[in-house]
Design a protein around this ligand. Structure first.
Ligand code: PMT
Length: 222
């Protein structure tokens, strides 16, 4: 086995969806299955990294040797991530975090009324953007972008705004890439705005290719 620059390094991966509660029995969420994030955690572990996986509610087995922290909503994911920002060498945000949460959560079940109802939503913390803002030299911030329109252009914007070293933009089609499926079609954009379009491949292989790219970025910093 070659000596990976990730060996012995702390890699933090966020995965899965978040659930933002409306009341005691309902929530707002998305279609993330956690597959992309779990594949990344497993691949980083294979390269000898110490891996912490912070995950929303998913139905996946924890990869062997990976520390798993289960959370339900964006605020909980943020709290767990914040505790370990300082110790990680690479922070990979594969989770589909809700940007908003209901302002008020009702304890019991909201009763149906004979009138329309309105939900007031408030902003959630941006976990990756905060890591990008506080990261020190030697720490890498890696994000994903999922957009239905103008994916690559928006990904470039996120790379800049969140101070990332690398972003992986999913092609959105729900059949071969993005949410739930076992495969993905990613375009990688690094901090020098260099673009690499990866072909359709399994998420396990996409995870390895993403880590290869991260290793090259780590090497280029030495
Ligand atoms: O879980 P799967 O079913 O395998 O699907 C994989 C995936 C499509 C969920 C994954 O590949 C992916 O693209 N994850 C990020 C989706 C997303 O939320 O993108 P975004 O463009 O809204 O967010 C941009 C980046 O900021 C992401 O890295 C996200 O994790 C991060 N973010 C966003 C909002 C927030 N409040 N905190 C964050 O950390």
């Amino acid at each position: 086995q070659y000596d990976s620059p990730l060996k012995g390094k702390h890699v933090v991966v966020t995965a899965g969806p978040t659930r933002e509660k409306i009341d005691g029995v309902r929530f707002i969420s998305n279609y993330s299955s956690g597959k992309m994030g779990f594949a990344l955690a497993e691949a980083a572990k294979e390269r000898g990294a110490k891996v912490t996986l912070i995950t929303g509610p998913v139905h996946l087995q924890t990869p062997e040797g990976v520390e798993r922290l289960d959370v339900e909503n964006a605020c909980e994911m943020y709290a767990e991530a914040k505790r370990i920002y300082h110790s990680c060498s690479v922070f990979i945000a594969a989770a589909a975090v809700a940007d908003y949460r209901p302002d008020t959560v009702y304890d019991g079940k909201l009763k149906k009324q004979n009138v329309e109802m309105q939900l007031r939503m408030v902003r959630n913390p941006d976990i990756l953007a905060e890591f990008g803002a506080v990261k020190q030299s030697g720490q890498l911030a890696v994000g994903f972008a999922l957009e239905t329109d103008d994916g690559v252009e928006n990904a470039r914007k996120k790379l800049r705004e969140k101070n990332l070293d690398l972003i992986a933009c999913n092609t959105f089609d729900r059949k071969t890439s993005g949410f739930e499926v076992d495969t993905n079609v990613l375009t990688l954009i690094d901090r020098n705005l260099e673009e690499t379009a990866l072909p359709l491949m399994r998420k396990t292989e996409a995870a390895r290719q993403l880590l290869d790219y991260i290793e090259r970025l780590m090497d280029s910093e030495q």
